[in-house]
Design a protein around this ligand. Sequence first.
Ligand code: SAM
Length: 297
Amino acid sequence: MNRRPVEFKNDEKVSEFLNYLIENGGPELRDYEKLTSIVNNMDPADINDFREKIKTILNENTLIGHAFIKPYGYPGDFILLDRIYKFDVNEDSRYKKWDLLFQNQPAANAVRNRKDFFVEYCKNLVLKKQNAKVLILGSGPAEDVYEFLTSYPESNNLSFELIDFDQAAIDFSMKKNKKFDRQISYNRINVLRFNSYELYDLIWSAGITDYFKDKHFTFLIRKYINCLTEGGVMVISNFSTKNPTKRLMEVISNWYLNHRTETDLFRIASDANIDKEMVSVEKEPLGINLFLKILKN
Ligand SMILES: C[S@@+](CC[C@H](N)C(=O)[O-])C[C@H]1O[C@@H](n2cnc3c(N)ncnc32)[C@H](O)[C@@H]1O
């Protein structure tokens, strides 16, 4: 198929800049602001041409390409998340700067911060209760669990039940956490269909409601509030509308999330008939990942 040459209608300088980026093997730190501004202001009609222009990096060799290709059928898969946590970049000079661009994004830092948040919750839980139980909705690579159990090996009375609908994610997390087998169980099922007769002290969900419509989010809360112990807490992370990387994810990687405000989270909890005294919203230091927290008394 003959495509028309890639041109950005409004600005030849944009085109020149993108040529420079490709020739340079990606943006330098000093180019981030300009690239972000171009992407943030891009006319939606230009997006396909833009992607055509950067097609040599929009593939499995880069993190933004991985997100674009979606090899597991959805963006934000366990491989991508695991690489974010490890700050992994492709050392090949054709791709490295693009991976650094990705890893230096506020959204990637917010994901790393939310892992720290999880570790903190588990730490407090162990101090509070012997034999506590944690349920994780959408466990992905379970790097958060791995980090906690590795950092606090004395927490061998804490048990984790993990749910993910992707068998590849389950296999990956199981292999990673092999040495903690005794403390972890795995379930391959959609979180909206999982039924448990157990009660949990902490129910943790990160990186799934960002893909849910409000009605599924509400359903999730209604369903899992019944699985909390007295004094138990449910924490659900969701990207904030203030995410500065939002347009970059959408324009480059075709990665769309349901970003939400604090008010949205309170409203969703209220729609799920949760008493407002039980609800609060926390955020990681960048304010990009919000955490809807529901405490059952
Ligand atoms: C963005 S990753 C987040 C992983 C992990 N919670 C973290 O923060 O590192 C989302 C994970 O949730 C899983 N997932 C998404 N929707 C799901 C659903 N409805 N039921 C079960 N798993 C789901 C995906 O397969 C993926 O592994």
